[in-house]
Design a protein around this ligand. Sequence first.
Ligand SMILES: Nc1ncnc2c1ncn2[C@@H]1O[C@H](COP(=O)(O)OP(=O)(O)OP(=O)(O)O)[C@@H](O)[C@H]1O
Ligand SMILES: [Mg+2]
Length: 353
Amino acid sequence: MTVQIELNNIDKHYGIFHALKGVSLAIEKGSFVALVGPSGCGKSTLLRSIAGLESITSGSLRIAGETMTGVPPRKRDVAMVFQSYALYPHMTVEENLTYSLRLHGVRKPEAKARAAEVAATTGLSALLHRYPRELSGGQRQRVAMGRAIIRNPKAFLFDEPLSNLDAALRVHMRKEIRALHDRLGATSVYVTHDQVEAMTMADHVVVMRDGCIEQQGAPLELYDRPVSRFVAGFIGSPAMNFIDAVVAEDGRTAVLQNTDGGTVPLPSRLEPGRSIVVGLRPEHLRVVEHQGTFQITVGAIESTGSTTFISSADDLITLVQADRTSIAAGDRVSLAIPEIHVHVFDPETGLRL
Ligand SMILES: Nc1ncnc2c1ncn2[C@@H]1O[C@H](COP(=O)(O)OP(=O)(O)OP(=O)(O)O)[C@@H](O)[C@H]1O
Ligand SMILES: [Mg+2]
């Protein structure tokens, strides 16, 4: 495997504000990497640093093996795709596509031929003579993609490119972008605050928090073994339930301290009496007919037709089931969860135990 983008111990200060704190990351050639995290954690700053739109305070950045210190954005040979598309309104689709080639001295006939190729790849062939205002949101997004592709860059950098689109189109464009990435054999770095987008599109997900990388790995690795309560709460939808608990005498059971009490089994032995936080994913909790290990009073039931969401009256527990239910608000129900699905965190540090 070849590393296409290599970040080594990168720091970025905006005046006294420390936006990136010692970020190291190796992005493999041909991979699709998603950067996720809450607003303000430094995703755009990291992406813009790769593009050269921000100067890094310290650390080193290499693209395709070359050190980028002092290399201006236009010489880095990377293409950015933004949420706002940034199309030129007074230019046709074809002119938007060929603009950067013309700027780099490519002759008109060659630029037009290249635009035709890219238009075919992105499904824009019939729209080359339209202006951006005459296009739908999805079509504009494709022009923005096309404009990035046409230069055959060393990497694509996406900053929340789909957040202006409605839900259905967003799901469609996700697939389109990923398919395009595969077809081109591209290297892509994709910023999103939508963890579902990250999980479904990327080979490798990087979770950021306060200017640091909290965890990185394959999507399901992050889902199965989050290193901290922060990652556990961020990855997965609806979010994981967290309940304060104390380890029982046997060391293998957690006694729940809030909700309505009860216990859950622990995946490994812990010191009796120790305070912990247990994490239970909504999709792993089951309503059982027999005596479960803990009970809740049902608060709300929401059904989307395919899925039923049940939440406890104290709002501490949410669970999801695929089938419909006859359970109603006010009912007492018994719950169970297999021990392999119980996550345990330190209440102080938030780290996985
Ligand atoms: N030019 C700037 N000057 C000072 N602070 C800045 C500047 N640009 C960004 N910041 C700060 O750096 C932090 C990281 O910003 P960044 O734009 O990278 O966040 P983000 O993760 O992309 O968030 P969002 O999801 O809201 O886009 C924020 O706290 C922001 O206020
Ligand atoms: Mg941002």
